[in-house]
Design a protein around this ligand. Structure first.
Ligand SMILES: [Zn+2]
Length: 385
C-alpha cells in the first residue's frame, strides 16, 4: 500500500492528454479513470449521457459527511494546430513545463484529484467522512454532465465541493452565471429592387438588438462580490447577396448573471423585447441554449481556510480568496445550496492558460497539488468530526 510515484503521476496526465476529448468522447476518459481506480481497489461507475459522452463517479470512505471533488473531462479545441509549438495531444515536458491541450484546463486538476483519492485510499488516511469524485462531461458547452449529476441526486448529501479548475494563484468561492441566447429572424427573399415582394429578415433583428441593449440599463443592481450583470450581442449574421433581401438573420447574446439578476429574468426580458418589435411580418424565435446560474457563497468557511493553509504549506504562497467572472460546473452542481455552502475552485494551472495555444502547467505545481489534496482532503473531513 503506497502512494502513486511521481513518474506515474506524470504518466497519468500524459495518458489523459492523449485522449482527444474535445467537447465529446468523455467516455474514453471515463474508461481510463475507471480502470485506474479499479487497479487500486476503488469502484467507479460510468453514467452514460450518450454513446460517447458520460460522467464518472467514485467514492471512498464508509460514513460521515461527503466531500465532493470534481473536474471536467472535456477540453476545448486545439484551434490552429500550426500555432502550437508541440503536438497538443502529446504531453511534452520542456524546462519544467508540461505542454498539451488540457494540461491547465483541467486534466491536471482532474488527475490530481483522482490520484489523491487513490493515495488516500492506499494509505488509509481517511479516518472520518467520505470523498466522492464527480468527473463531468460537457463543462465547456452547456454543463450537461453537472446538470445530470445534480438531477440524479449525487449532490444531495454533499457537505462541501472542490472543483480543481486552474486556479493555482487564488482560491475562488463565488462566480457569475452565464447564458447564451440565439435570436433568429425569418424573412422572405426578393430582389432588392422590389422589396415589397419580400421581407428583410435583418430589419427587425436590428430593432431587437437595439431595444435589448437599451432596456438592459434597468438591470442596475450590482453584487458586492461579483459586480454588475453584463450583456453583449456578440454575433450578428444575415444575408448573402447584396442585391437580395435576406430571408434569414440571427444574432447571439452572452449574458453574465448575478444573484440579484438571475438567469430566468433574462428569459422574460428577451420575451418582452420580442413583444415590443413583433408585427404581422416578423418571424422571430428566441433560443436560450445555454444557461448556468451564478454561484454565490460567502467564503467564510473552513474549507477556504484549509485551502489557504495547505497552499502555504505545499505551494509556499499566501493565496487570497476571491470571486471570479468565469463559470464552472458549480453553477449546476450547487443550484440548491445556500451562501454558507463550502465551495472552492482551486487546482493546478493558471486560468490565463485555459483555452490557449501552447497551454501548459508547471510540473512542480501539478505534483504539489497531488500532495496537497492527498493531505488536505482527509484533514478537512476530520476537522468536521
Ligand atoms: Zn475548465
Amino acid at each position: 500500500m503506497s502512494k502513486i510515484t511521481e513518474t506515474e503521476v506524470v504518466r497519468i496526465l500524459s495518458d489523459l492528454i492523449s485522449i482527444k476529448s474535445v467537447n465529446e468522447n468523455e467516455i474514453e476518459v471515463c474508461n481510463y479513470l475507471k480502470e485506474l481506480l479499479d487497479k487500486h481497489g476503488i469502484t467507479a461507475k460510468i453514467i452514460k449521457l450518450s454513446e460517447t459522452r458520460a460522467n464518472l463517479v467514485a467514492e471512498i470512505g464508509n460514513n460521515g459527511p461527503v466531500l465532493g471533488i470534481s473536474g471536467h473531462m472535456d477540453v476545448v479545441s486545439e484551434g490552429d494546430v500550426s500555432k502550437w509549438q508541440y503536438d497538443p495531444y502529446k504531453l511534452t515536458e520542456v524546462e519544467g513545463k508540461l505542454y498539451g491541450r488540457g494540461t491547465a484546463d483541467m486534466k491536471s486538476g482532474l488527475a490530481a484529484l483522482v490520484i489523491s483519492m487513490i493515495n488516500i485510499h492506499e494509505t488509509g488516511t481517511l479516518t472520518y467522512g467520505r470523498i466522492r469524485l464527480l468527473a463531468t462531461a460537457g463543462e465547456e458547452i452547456v454543463g450537461e454532465g453537472a446538470k445530470a449529476f445534480q438531477s440524479q441526486g449525487y449532490m444531495d448529501d454533499i457537505c462541501g465541493l472542490i472543483i480543481a479548475e486552474p486556479s493555482e494563484d487564488r482560491i475562488i468561492y463565488a462566480h457569475k452565471g452565464s447564458m447564451d441566447i440565439r435570436v433568429t429572424s425569418k424573412g422572405k427573399a426578393a430582389h432588392s429592387s422590389m422589396p415589397n415582394l419580400g421581407y428583410n429578415a435583418i430589419t427587425p433583428l436590428i430593432d431587437f438588438v437595439y431595444n435589448a441593449n437599451d432596456g438592459f440599463k434597468k438591470f442596475n443592481q450590482s453584487n458586492p462580490l461579483l459586480g454588475p450583470p453584463i450583456m453583449n450581442a456578440t454575433i450578428f449574421k444575415g444575408g448573402n447577396q447584396v442585391n437580395s433581401l435576406p430571408e434569414y438573420a440571427e444574432t447571439e447574446f452572452n449574458i453574465r448573471t448575478i444573484p440579484e439578476h438571475v438567469n430566468h429574468q433574462f428569459v422574460s426580458y428577451f420575451n418582452s423585447i420580442l413583444q415590443q418589435i413583433e408585427t404581422e411580418q416578423t418571424q422571430i424565435t428566441i433560443d436560450t441554449y445555454m444557461s448556468r446560474p451564478p454561484v454565490f457563497t460567502t467564503g467564510n468557511n473552513s474549507l477556504v481556510h484549509h485551502a489557504q493553509s495547505f497552499a502555504m504549506k505545499y505551494l509556499n504562497t499566501s493565496l487570497e480568496a476571491q470571486a471570479s467572472p468565469g463559470v464552472t460546473d458549480a453553477s449546476d452542481l450547487l443550484v440548491d445550496k445556500d451562501e454558507n455552502f463550502p465551495f472552492i475552485m482551486f487546482g493546478p494551472g493558471n486560468v490565463s492558460q485555459a483555452h490557449q495555444v501552447n497551454e501548459h502547467v508547471e510540473k512542480s505545481i501539478y505534483l504539489a497539488f497531488v500532495a496537497l489534496f492527498t493531505e488536505m482532503l482527509p484533514t478537512y473531513l476530520k476537522s468536521l468530526n
